[in-house]
Design a protein around this ligand. Structure first.
Ligand code: FAD
Length: 450
């Protein structure tokens, strides 16, 4: 079957839906949204676990309380989203060693300060690296070696780079972060958005322009239009396509382009790093961890960097839920994705027994999201080296004829965040609307001429 429309939006995450909404608001109603999964939301996804709703993907609204208002925070307010303020800064004072002792706060603070200074030096070195200036060698930052140094290096680099370099999200929108703890899930913001331009009823999207389970496999493009082919054999002929799939999907072979993408485009896509970030949820029959003020986050220091390092209890969010979350990244995420959940539970229990003693109860349930192995994601979010941001992102987002690229990875200031995805959709649709306006003018002129 062949369907004709003016624009096909590929992907119904935050960026795809915000792009479609802006088009609708500007009179482009003839849009089809093709989503590979059986649900909207993409990397915003909740699941029921241990009696509560947990967020497998984005969990926080980052960047609140500053001069400018974060648009995702605005959506949250309109939806009465339940959130909980998070203060990571105390995590460094809750660092456990292998024998269950907490490092004295002075030692932790000193190590933290050293790690920040070292990270700043490393960054400066990388920035000036192109000159290969030998004097830089004298400044070589120290390499973290001890368990506490490794633990701090991990949380600094994989979570808190804001301590090292100003991050636009915090500079523009504020430094506060709120954990989403709403039974409806973070994704209810998308349903709220959808109400404005799609046919919905009782929280469900009924609009036939949104098509779920449609895996796009091929984009055949020319000067005249784009033909979009899906895995189930459907064809959509459109004047334009907005492609919102993740950088990981662009790096994979899920979607083929005909003619193929030019070299500058594939090079830019392949040069973007992908962060894999995994929240492993564990449910217990009772709690055995401290729950007082400033105890929400805690750290396990081990000689292996990133090995079950960063922990959070969910008692502030859902009192009595008896759930712990441990965050893994990159190599550890991939390793854990490849093994059985039983094995992961065993490893996590060994670590917890080192911190809290042998008598603690076994976990009764585990949830391990697999963002790396999900062929519609292939990772958690884009991770641009700070100093080569601009040209790379420009090439990744540059339209290719009638194909427009959007998504968190195309947002220069806020990549890696939900608001980055949301704002990228708006930016892409603005560019496309301008292109459509120019095309219309040219056609108008030609018709007048004839
Ligand atoms: P996506 O949400 O990935 O949307 C793309 C859509 O395209 C998906 O629905 C996908 O199914 C679909 N798709 C893929 N391939 C095809 C195909 N071939 N055909 C059709 N459809 C296809 N951000 C924050 O702000 N705060 C956080 O705390 C935070 N934590 C995170 C934790 C994790 C574990 C992860 C994974 C992400 C986190 N993020 C966080 C990042 C945030 O989730 C993303 O930046 C944002 O959701 C990306 O939206 P997007 O629209 O760009 O992409």
């Amino acid at each position: 079957t062949t369907t004709r429309c003016s624009v096909v939006v590929v992907g119904a995450g935050f960026s795809g839906l915000s792009a479609a909404k802006l088009l609708a608001e500007n009179g482009v109603e003839d849009v089809v949204i093709l989503e590979a999964a059986d649900r909207i939301g993409g990397r915003v996804r909740k699941e029921e676990f241990g009696g509560v709703s947990v967020e497998l993907g984005a969990g926080w609204i980052s960047g609140v309380g500053g001069k400018q208002s974060n648009p995702v925070w605005e959506l949250a307010r309109q939806s009465n989203l339940r959130t909980c303020f998070s203060d990571y800064s105390n995590a460094r004072y809750n660092i456990y060693d292998d024998s269950g002792k907490i490092f004295p706060s002075r030692i932790a603070a000193d190590s933290y300060k050293k790690a920040v200074e070292s990270a700043i030096r490393k960054l400066r070195n990388e920035e000036s690296n192109h000159d290969a200036d030998l004097s830089v060698l004298a400044e070589t930052p120290s390499v973290p070696k001890t368990p506490i140094e490794l633990a701090i290096d991990f949380i600094l680099h994989d979570f808190e780079m804001a301590e090292v370099e100003p991050i636009s999200t915090y500079v523009d929108f504020g430094e506060r972060e709120f954990l989403v703890v709403d039974e409806r899930g973070y994704e209810c913001l998308l349903y709220k958005m959808a109400e404005n331009f799609l046919l919905t009823s009782e929280g469900k999207i009924l609009d036939s322009r949104l098509k779920l389970n449609k895996v796009v496999r091929e984009l055949q493009h020319s000067r005249n239009g784009v033909s979009v082919k899906t895995e189930d054999g459907s064809i959509y002929e459109a004047n334009y396509v907005i492609l919102s799939v993740s950088i990981g999907v662009l790096q994979s072979d899920l979607i083929s382009f005909n003619p193929p993408l030019p070299k500058w485009k594939t090079e830019a896509i392949n040069n973007c790093d992908i962060m894999v970030y995994t929240k492993v949820f564990l449910k217990f029959p009772r709690k055995f961890w401290p729950c007082g003020p400033e105890k929400e986050f805690f750290i396990y220091a081990n000689e292996r960097r990133g090995y079950y390092t960063f922990w959070q209890h969910m008692e502030n969010a859902y009192p009595g839920s008896n759930i712990l979350v441990v965050t893994l990244t990159n190599g550890e995420s991939k390793r854990v994705e490849a093994q059985s959940d039983q094995q992961t539970m065993k490893e996590a229990m060994e670590v917890l027994r080192k911190m809290f003693g042998p008598e603690i109860p076994d976990a009764i349930d585990i949830l391990v999201p697999r963002w790396w192995n999900n062929r519609f994601q292939r990772g958690s979010y884009s991770n641009y080296p700070i100093y080569i941001n601009h040209p790379l992102i420009d090439d990744i987002k540059a339209p290719l004829g009638r194909i427009y690229f959007t998504g968190e990875h195309t947002n220069e200031k806020f990549n890696g965040y939900v608001h980055g995805a949301y704002l990228s959709g708006i930016e892409t649709s603005k560019a496309l609307l301008e292109e459509m306006r120019i095309e219309k003018e040219i056609i108008g002129e030609n018709e007048a001429f004839l």
